[in-house]
Ligand binder design. Sequence first.
Ligand code: URA
Ligand code: ZN
Length: 369
Amino acid sequence: MSKIVDIHTHVYPPAYVELLKSRTTVPYIRVFPPSPTARLIILPGEDDASTPSTSRGRPLGAEYFDISLKISFMDTHGIGISVISLANPWLDFLPPSEAAEAAAAINDDIDAMCNSYPGRLYAFATLPVSAGQEACVAEVRRLAGMRWVRGVVLGTGGMGSGMDDPRLDDVYTALGEMDLPVFLHPHYGLPAEAYGPRADEYGHVLPLAMGFPMETTISVARMLLSSVFDRHTQLTLLLAHSGGTLPFLAGRLESCILHDAHLQGTGKLRNRRDVWDVLKTNILLDAVVYSALGLRAAAEASGADRVLFGTDHPFFPPLTNEDEEDGGGEPQWLSVTTNYAAIDAAFAGDKAKSAAVLGGNAVRLLKLA
Ligand code: URA
Ligand code: ZN
């Protein structure tokens, strides 16, 4: 049987954890006495003082930073290889003067983690986005010397103005030349008003289930509208959460483009490659969508040869004993088994397609040994 590969799986290296512990504004890590458990507060709406401290953010278990627990999780779920990435909000918040050094240190740490489990771990590296394009391009060039790096992870904020920012052009060129995909991941969600005045009653559900996917969708739509894929035909984007809602909304996006008098009047999109062409050429989709219906849409939009299994570990752990260290053997995570079941159901009877989504596509596209 071919290997299962998890391309959506995060880590906070110990140095990043220390950085968050030193902070008092989001993102930060803090203990709220009397509970001894440190909590990880990363999302924009999580710092609300009206939220009880016991449900603010999430408990910071060792699975966020201890790479041996990633390997145990992989073993528990039959995952042969993981392509690890720094989790949100990456280095988006750093002062420009600190970003280049921090990115280099984190990328070295993550490459060393991979090296400690040769062949089981690969990585998407981090870029010093706040430091600007020259610093990012310099870090991209440095990644060529890193044995386990297979791409970079970027938040939809890009360098602060989104992924349609012309200042990203040199970075896209460098990534395209080096055949390093961008793993595009959400963090900021939608403006708080979109979640309504009762949002604090609903935990993280609206930002994670609705905000994250819309954020990703809008980010890629902006790239399409600003001709990024026409200028950078070599650029590959791996979209988190099966592209948000892009497979479902691609037709509407295409139609709105064709019917927009202002946009058409600018002439900027005259030689435009359409949304469907980009989806099948430049875009890869992860399989972190938790339903056969969503997966079929992803496979139809980009091709079953461009959909890649992922878990989003260590987020979405089982809720039992969430404030305690896990004592016994690790249970199977519902968030993982749901995605396995979705792949089974979506490609029922087509073993070749299931195997491709579970690992074959990742091995081929990311050149894993
Ligand atoms: N929540 C996050 O903040 N990030 C993820 O990747 C998943 C859930
Ligand atoms: Zn994620």
